[in-house]
Every structure is written in structure tokens, then in C-alpha cells.
Write a protein that binds this ligand. Structure first.
Ligand code: MF3
Ligand code: CO
Ligand code: CO
Length: 284
């Protein structure tokens, strides 16, 4: 059974660890997450100025490294379980965990950039989609659907709602748009550790699962495919791709449960959540 533990005063970052008990954080933690989230969002805002056809993905990695060090932060992925980069860059049919290597973006590519910055011990984890040059209409549509799926998942969050409500909101919306959710990856508790309990599944039944309480902090990060939801991981042990090679898109926010709803810690202050992508009306 799940149980909760109050974290009224955050422990020293070095003493933080993943636990099975769900941590309920107080105002100091929310302040720490606000700062870490804002920094991660500012970093993702900066990535928007970079992305163009011909750009080697490694330059996104370099930008994130430089941005982090200029702001006294550390990219959480660097050295995480052997991962060697400051961010993930997942292009077209890559679902997640793509390497920012020497490969260059091409006209029409869509790319998810996933950044987690550690700021004073707090982890701000967020990802967005970017487009290089002119994407196809289907790609633009998928990006809008992935963003909307994340937002629908976030918008049900309030004390008393259940984890199944989040998954149900995401999955039912994706299906209504004839897209699939990837079931092999999920969101996670976050705070002073990168991946904490609980898992935040992107599918589920309304009114089922763990009850949300004020003070919980976690990510919502659905991956949505134009085709089927099946994925495979390449021989590099990281890069996840769609089995049917269909396009995949993802957005991620780190959020906290408040007395009346939710607070998003990783919003763009520049309104760049879906940069360069036109809103496509639902009647099309
Ligand atoms: N940032 C990813 C997440 O949203 C995790 C990436 S782990 C890595 O949870 F090692 F692949 F970078
Ligand atoms: Co995450
Ligand atoms: Co992430």
C-alpha cells in the first residue's frame, strides 16, 4: 500500500533519496522547485533560438552545459546511469533519450529537447518540441496533440484526484485524436532526487490509483505517437524509437499539488511552450 511522509523542512540535498513513501513537501520545497523550474524553462527558451536545419545536435548539448555552468546549476542527466550528455534530443521517430551527438537536424525535423537542471539541490525537469525549418502538417498536428495531452493530464491535478485521472485524461484525449500513448515510459516524483515515487502513468482509469495530496511534486510527460504505441530501445541501450517508425512527440512539466489544484514550475516566461508551431483548429 502507498503511504505518505511529510517533508516539512527539506533535508540536505545529499541526504535526499528515492523512497517508496510519497513525499509531501512544504513551502520551502515549492520555492526551491520554482527556482529550479524557472532555470530549466529559461534554458529551454534559449534552445528555441538555436534550432534550425543543419544544426548538429551536439550544439544543443553544449548550449545546455554552458547555460548550466553560467547559472551554478548541473544537468542531472550527465553521468546518470552512465548517460553521457547534458540533455536528451529525440528527433522524429525517436521517442525519448536520443543522444545529442554529431547528427545534424534537417529541414522539417521535429525534435524533443529534455533538460533537467539541478539548482541548489532541486531538480527542474522539462521538455518541449522544436521544429527545424518547415515541418509537415502531420508533424505540427502531433506536436499540438502532445502538448494538449500533457496539459489535460495536468489540469485534473488537485488534492483528492487520483493518478488514474491523470492517465485517463491523457490517454482518452490521445485516442480521440487517433494517436497512441507510449506505455513503456512515465512521469515520476521529483524534488531533490531525479526519479522518485510515484510513477505517473500516461494511461489509466478515472477514479483509480493513488490519491493526490497537497505537497506532492512530480512530472507529467506523455509521449504521443502518430502511429502505434510500441517502442524499442536501440543497441546503444538508450535511444527509444517507435517500432512502426511513426513520428513521436513529448512535452514535460514539473508540477506541485497545491491546496486547490496545481502549480507548474517549468513554464516558459516567454510564451515559448510550443515555439514556431501554428495552432491547428480542431475542425481540420
Ligand atoms: N529527463 C528524462 C525524464 O524526463 C530522463 C532522462 S534520463 C537520461 O525523466 F539519462 F536519459 F538522460
Ligand atoms: Co522526467
Ligand atoms: Co525530462
Amino acid at each position: 500500500m502507498n503511504s505518505y511522509v511529510n517533508v516539512p523542512v527539506a533535508p540536505a540535498a545529499k541526504d535526499a533519496r528515492r523512497t517508496e513513501r510519497i513525499k509531501l513537501y512544504g513551502p520551502d520545497a515549492f520555492e526551491g522547485m520554482r527556482r529550479a523550474g524557472a532555470l530549466t524553462a529559461a534554458c529551454l527558451d534559449g534552445v528555441a533560438d538555436l534550432v534550425r536545419p543543419g544544426l548538429p545536435l551536439s550544439e544543443i548539448n553544449t548550449f545546455v552545459l554552458d547555460f548550466a555552468s553560467a547559472h551554478d546549476a548541473k544537468p542531472a542527466t550527465l553521468g546518470y546511469k552512465g548517460y553521457e550528455y547534458a540533455c536528451c534530443t529525440s528527433v522524429n521517430h525517436v521517442v525519448c533519450h536520443g543522444f545529442p551527438n554529431e547528427k545534424r537536424l534537417r529541414d522539417g525535423d521535429i525534435v524533443n529537447v529534455d533538460v533537467t537542471l539541478i539548482c541548489d539541490g532541486w531538480y527542474g525537469d522539462s521538455s518541449r518540441m522544436y521544429t527545424a525549418g518547415k515541418p509537415k502538417r502531420a508533424a505540427e498536428r502531433l506536436i499540438q496533440i502532445a502538448h494538449q495531452a500533457m496539459m489535460r493530464g495536468i489540469e485534473v491535478v488537485r488534492p483528492g484526484a487520483r493518478l488514474g485521472d491523470i492517465g485517463h485524461a491523457i490517454e482518452s484525449y490521445a485516442q480521440s485524436q487517433r494517436c497512441s500513448v507510449v506505455k513503456d515510459f512515465c512521469g515520476h516524483g521529483i524534488g531533490q532526487v531525479f526519479h522518485d515515487s510515484p510513477n505517473i502513468l500516461n494511461f489509466g482509469k478515472a477514479n483509480e490509483g493513488l490519491e493526490l495530496r497537497k505537497g506532492m511534486i512530480f512530472t507529467v510527460e506523455p509521449m504521443i505517437n502518430l502511429g502505434r504505441g510500441d517502442v524499442k530501445v536501440l543497441a546503444d541501450d538508450w535511444t527509444a524509437v517507435t517500432r512502426d517508425k511513426s513520428l513521436s512527440a513529448q512535452f514535460e512539466h514539473s508540477i506541485g499539488v497545491t491546496a486547490t489544484g496545481f502549480e507548474i514550475f517549468t513554464s516558459s516566461t516567454k510564451g515559448l511552450q510550443t515555439p514556431g508551431v501554428q495552432i491547428i483548429s480542431s475542425t481540420e
